[in-house]
Write a protein of this length. Structure first.
Lengths: 277, 385, 273
């Protein structure tokens, strides 16, 4: 280990101290509860119970978050791509103004508005039947897994878009102009020049969204807390209805494992980058 | 160019605001009242109890904070008290708390509460069983009920001409009217949990034993068998997102009937979120109800003022004027003390849909905590799998 | 940009349709929020509120409800959180992007934890520790908890921003005789600034929307507006929840406009340097 690596650690130290003292240490304090039996000994009993009761919800959570992340990525790239490469200045301006609004709406309020927006007799169906796109008798509620996905995508897509649009704006315009002058279509420019150069930022945004969605309680709780539902609902239920911190913490650790799986992709890339540096 | 402009500006801005925010007029003593339940519980303390109590007790400022509805709200109060106990704090920052039964039971078990009931006059006005026993936990002397609430079926009479008188009638009705009945399962709040408890009481033949004991772990099989019927029942109902979710779907006419907390129902009515034609009914053998309790934490910083506050809040005049007249909630202290303090018309409004007799025979306590857990876990195993 | 194209009508129509659809998707749910903020009576079968009014605004602004003071506290806490977060995240982000570091992957993962773990069980423990330290009920305590939660946004984004800075520009500055500090403040930092500013916005919003940590660490002495919003929203008290959400929009948007002003000024300042 050389001098430079110590310098790096020293620079990161204040931030690390904050997060270790004010989160990791308290996390470990509760994580041990997941392994402690009634007699105080080491046990995996709580994990067995967590898996027996909630393995479906674990898969459901993973699937919901994966689908949402994919949709967020597609939407973010599409909007940010148009903001970078769009040729109609007015549309670009409108779009830039338009897409950000959900950023300012907290998850819990997102959940609340979606509950009244996506319901069977909610505003979406009223509008669709009003303009004749939907037969009132066929109106259905979207307040199941679809509602959760819609709420997540609505709230998180602007977050990733803002990041990606920033990264795309930093791409050297000369590369883009050159490719356009050689007759490359905007799609090709997007996928072969702009996107590869903002890939890292896109990954950062998607991984952050992925883990955040896994830890949000209000959205599944207010849209669909019934089976199957997301792990956060089960954690709150174990605590509030059973006072059972052991299984709740076991579920937390399972959720964390799922989050780490998502983070893995980013970290692998970060590692590769570090090796090359 | 000045690269550090932003952090500096932010700090300057923030300090300015922080100083501005941290300088409210400070009364001599602040009485911290933390309440679980809906926002109107907080408003009740802020707008009704607080000003009246402050007038009688100069130098005291009542500050109310809410922790959210349902057992989750009570659990958060428990956690705050427990954290202070484990930290060995000399005095705690909660003076009065308003909690549900489950929370109160846990708090008593962990010695977080002061046994204060017999020290205040209003303590003599409560004789109801739920003032002594919370889901099997002995809370005698530690709590005074603020109000009593009850789960009942709310129904839209345009669709439901005759509300079902029993669970069997309900099951029949649901078969004929699929997706018109909604409840919130067991993970979304107590009105759904209460419905499941009522279902098991009606279909297991154990109604008495569930409430009075003794607890018998071998009855799990009987409970599971009664839950099997619920699995079939669920095919034709809508599962709603939470206590408020059931009311929400009634609000939009997506379901025609569902179990709700009566106090929440009246709040929704008062807030213009419920069609006034919607009615309430109690089937036999009943649905659970529970009080919310006033409690005083063992090491409350202002324990004496806290006792005065609860005594005041549980006095017959305040119960009549605030709890019954203003909110249409069932009183926490014994009915006869409250009834004598108010006009018959306001009193009778409490019983518009559910008669005092029906309430007396079909308003049940929740099962003992052992059965409570068995039923919830049985539901997860039998109904949700 | 080559904006000198002949008008192509099918394109223009498609563009308009897509933008309108997007506007509906974004403003539809928001319209619901605004409607509920002013609805005094709204139930089936009415598709729109039957009665509008300000009764619930009066309730929110009731002097005893402390909504205005709570909003002030929320903004103060969010601003302080941004300051503390950036102060520790900028060096950390730089180090993670540009310097060798033992256990680099682990460090990145550690910052992610507060966002990745459902945090209710954790905040219970933080409360206990803070009661021991006397930090409970203080603005500082709440700021520290919010900082730990928002740090990953700042560190990861800052790291990505510093990684994107072209090393050859820094080398050029050094070759022209700039000191390392001068090189850092005049080349590296300005180039990473857009990313840092984005992270400041996210940290601000993250803090402004937080209620679980605030409850365990701040209440009853420090109360913020999101606590009221949480209460109201969970109880289905749509009017009050909508009003508080609208109130919280104001500082969020102001903060965004504020930092973007700086962003523009600084980016412009860089041109021609």
């Amino acid at each position: 280990m050389n001098e430079r690596s110590w310098a790096g650690l020293a620079l990161a130290l204040p931030a690390l101290l904050v997060v270790v003292t004010f989160f990791v240490a308290p996390l470990l304090m509760s994580a041990v509860l997941a392994f402690r039996g009634k007699d105080g000994g080491l046990t995996l009993m709580h994990f067995e119970k967590a898996i027996e009761f909630y393995s479906t919800d674990l898969l459901f959570s993973g699937a919901i978050v994966l689908v949402s992340t994919a949709a967020i990525g597609a939407i973010a790239v599409a909007i940010a791509g148009y903001l970078t490469l769009g040729e109609n200045p007015r549309t670009v301006a409108i779009l830039r103004w338009l897409y950000r609004w959900p950023l300012f709406i907290p998850f819990i309020v997102t959940a609340q508005v979606m509950r009244t927006f996506l319901a069977k007799n909610g505003m979406l169906n009223h509008v669709l039947t009003g303009v004749g796109l939907l037969d009132p008798l066929q109106a259905q509620s979207l307040l199941d897994w679809r509602g959760i996905v819609v709420a997540f995508v609505w709230k998180q897509a602007p977050f990733v878009t803002l990041l990606v649009a920033g990264a795309m704006a930093a791409v050297d315009r000369q590369h883009i102009e050159a490719a356009r002058n050689l007759g490359a279509s905007r799609w090709r420019v997007l996928f072969e020049i702009v996107l590869p150069q903002s890939r890292r930022t896109l990954m950062v945004g998607l991984v952050l969204s992925f883990v955040t969605m896994l830890s949000v309680l209000s959205v599944p709780l207010m849209i669909n807390p019934n089976s199957p539902t997301m792990l956060t609902v089960d954690i709150a239920y174990r605590i509030n209805s059973h006072g059972d911190y052991a299984v709740a913490n076991a579920l937390c650790l399972m959720s964390l494992a799922l989050a780490s799986l998502g983070a893995w992709f980013y970290l692998r890339e970060a590692a590769r980058k570090a090796d090359g540096a | 160019m000045r690269p550090f402009k932003i952090p500096l500006t932010a700090i300057a801005f923030a300090t300015g605001v922080a100083l501005g925010a941290a300088a409210p007029a400070v009364a001599q003593t602040t009485l911290n009242v933390i309440t679980a339940g809906d926002q109107n519980m907080v408003d009740y303390v802020n707008n009704f109890l607080g000003p009246r109590f402050e007038k009688l007790n100069p130098g005291v400022k009542v500050r109310a904070v809410g922790t959210g509805p349902g057992d989750a709200g009570s659990q958060k109060i428990y956690e705050k008290l427990s954290a202070q106990q484990k930290a060995g704090a000399a005095s705690w920052d909660v003076d009065v708390a308003v909690v549900h039964q489950r929370g109160a039971g846990t708090m008593v078990k962990e010695s977080l509460l002061a046994p204060f009931r017999n020290e205040v006059a209003a303590g003599k006005l409560v004789s109801r069983d739920t003032a002594k026993n919370a889901l099997g936990a002995n809370v005698d002397g530690d709590v005074i009920p603020r109000f009593h609430s009850q789960i009942a079926f709310a129904y839209n009479p345009a669709v439901v001409r005759q509300p079902p008188k029993s669970y069997a009638e309900l099951a029949d009705w649901v078969k004929k009217n699929p997706k018109q009945f909604g409840y919130n399962g067991v993970k979304g709040g107590m009105s759904g949990v209460g419905f499941v408890m009522g279902w098991v009481a009606a279909n297991s033949g154990m109604a008495e034993q569930l409430e009075k004991g003794p607890y018998d772990a071998s009855k799990k099989a009987v409970i599971d068998r009664s839950l099997a019927g619920l699995r079939e029942f669920n095919q034709n109902v809508v599962l709603t997102p939470g206590n408020a979710g059931t009311l929400d779907m009634l609000n939009r006419g997506e379901i025609a009937m569902g179990p709700v907390w009566v106090d929440m129902f009246y709040t929704w009515l008062a807030d213009g979120k419920m069609n006034p034609s919607v009615r309430l009914a109690l089937p036999q053998p009943g649905l659970p109800g529970q009080p919310m309790y006033y409690v005083v934490p063992a090491k409350a910083a202002n324990g004496q003022i806290a006792r005065r506050f609860v005594d005041f809040a549980a006095s017959p005049e305040i119960q009549a004027e605030g709890i019954v007249k203003q909110f249409n909630w069932y009183p926490g202290i014994d009915a006869q003390h409250v009834k004598s303090k108010m006009d018959d018309k306001s009193w009778n409004k409490l019983f518009t849909d559910i008669s005092p007799e029906a309430l007396a025979s079909y308003g049940r306590p929740f099962p003992l905590s052992g059965y409570f857990t068995d039923i919830l876990e049985g539901y997860e195993r039998v109904v949700l799998k | 940009m080559t904006a000198t194209l002949r008008p192509r009508w099918p394109d223009a129509i498609a563009r308009t349709v897509v933008v309108l659809l997007l506007a509906f998707v974004i403003f539809g749910p928001l319209a619901n929020l605004v409607l509920w903020a002013f609805a005094e009576r709204w139930y089936f079968p009415n598709k729109l509120p039957q009665e509008f009014g300000l009764a619930f605004w009066k309730r929110v602004f009731d002097p005893r409800g402390n909504a205005v003071a709570s909003l002030g506290t929320s903004v103060a806490i969010a601003s302080l959180t941004v300051a503390v977060t950036l102060a520790v995240a900028i060096p950390a982000g730089y180090a993670l992007a540009r310097l060798r570091m033992p256990g680099r992957i682990l460090v990145l993962l550690v910052f992610l934890l507060p966002q990745a773990v459902p945090n209710l069980p954790v905040y219970v423990n933080i409360a206990r520790v803070f009661y021991e330290l006397g930090l409970n009920g203080t603005v500082l305590g709440v700021v520290l908890v919010h900082t730990a939660h928002g740090l990953v946004l700042a560190v990861w984004i800052a790291s990505a921003a510093f990684a994107a800075v072209d090393v050859s520009l820094e080398e050029a500055a050094r070759n022209l005789g700039a000191s390392p500090w001068r090189c850092w403040t005049t080349v590296t930092l300005p180039l990473a600034l857009p990313g840092l500013i984005a992270s400041a916005i996210f940290v601000f919003l993250d803090s402004l929307d937080e209620f679980t940590g605030t409850y365990f660490v701040g209440v009853p002495d420090v109360t913020t507006l999101p606590l009221l919003m949480f209460n109201a929203s969970m109880g289905g008290n749509y009017q009050i929840a909508s009003i508080t959400a609208l109130l919280l929009l104001v500082p969020s948007i102001l903060f965004m406009l504020l930092v973007e002003r700086f962003l523009k000024a600084d980016v412009l300042a860089m041109i021609g340097r």
